[in-house]
Design a binder for this molecule. Structure first.
Ligand SMILES: [Zn+2]
Length: 303
């Protein structure tokens, strides 16, 4: 049986890189556990260097993979840099390993086709301990820069997608066809409890800002209470390419907070904002028209 070794970077006393209120060790573990779940569905066996928040020495990780006789080794990391401008995905393999390079390319192309990146930094080689000391084809993915706000939002909010992309890359390398998860047959849902808008939608400052702008620009007369309720929803206006100003800025901020990349948060609804709106709509299974209408507005403010 094919055995895959998944290595969640860092852990325990070693938090890895820090940035934007995130710790690398938490992200790598969360993604690694999700990758394992997806791979197991494909009848391959998975061994991990860690499945909880514990410290594991680098050599220990390689030793464990070698002892398990794993077919491939994939290490999961997030990048960091002194400048918050550095961003994007990159995948490493050991210099002399052609299968490692092939595995790297499979992982990278999977992340690229899932559009889970701000910048394609390509595949590279490096003399990292886990790549050098493992006997099987090995790759190390740096999913994005925790120190960059756009990447960090993606790393925080789109872990399931990262896991799917990594698992798909691995399966692709192994020549195993990816199959979607079967949804369990649905039991009749229990009657939902009556809920308040703040259970479903974010409330507070960005809602207040939106209410203020709707009042100022469109004389909507909303009470600026920061609650995304029926009045506010009823007052929403459709925003599309060519728009300029604070409402566009609010849209851009919400896109970024949801892990999408609207480009500069400058209040200008240009091509990159439109592209990001489309990506967001596709992800949320909305009509993909690039126009922020009622449903897109609601999805942007959904918790
Ligand atoms: Zn790392």
């Amino acid at each position: 049986m094919t055995k895959i070794f998944i290595d969640a970077g860092h852990g325990g006393k070693d938090p890895g890189a820090l940035g934007n209120n995130l710790r690398e060790k938490d992200i790598t573990l969360s993604v690694a556990l999700k990758v394992e779940k997806i791979l197991r569905r494909h009848k391959v066996s998975v061994v991990q260097s860690r499945t909880k928040d514990v410290f594991v020495d680098l050599s220990e990780r390689a030793k464990k993979a070698n002892a398990a006789n794993a077919n491939i080794f994939v290490s999961i990391h997030t990048n960091a840099f002194t400048s918050s401008k550095a961003q994007g995905v990159e995948v490493f393999s050991f210099p002399s390993s052609s299968n490692g390079a092939k595995l790297s390319r499979a992982l990278l192309s999977s992340v690229l086709s899932a559009k889970l990146y701000t910048k394609n930094r390509g595949t590279k080689t490096a003399n990292f301990a886990v790549l050098r000391q493992t006997k099987m084809p090995a790759a190390l993915i740096e999913m994005g820069f925790i120190t960059n706000s756009q990447d960090a939002a993606m790393l925080k909010n789109r872990q399931e997608e990262f896991a799917t992309a990594i698992a798909k890359g691995i399966l692709n390398y192994l020549g195993i066809k990816y199959v979607e998860e079967k949804k369990p047959t649905q039991k009749p849902a229990p009657k939902p409890k009556a809920k308040n808008v703040w259970d479903y939608y974010i409330s507070g400052n960005s809602v207040k800002q939106l209410q203020r702008e709707l009042n100022k620009q469109f004389k909507k007369g909303l009470s600026v209470d920061g609650l995304f309720g029926n009045d506010t929803m009823g007052a929403l206006i459709a925003v599309r390419k060519g728009a300029k100003g604070n409402i566009t800025k609010i849209i851009q901020e919400r896109l970024a907070a949801k892990g999408f990349s609207p480009g500069a948060i400058d209040g200008i609804f240009g091509p990159s904002t439109e592209k990001s709106v489309k990506q967001f709509q596709r992800y949320n299974k909305l009509a993909v028209d690039g126009i922020v209408g009622k449903n897109t507005w609601k999805a942007l403010f959904r918790k």
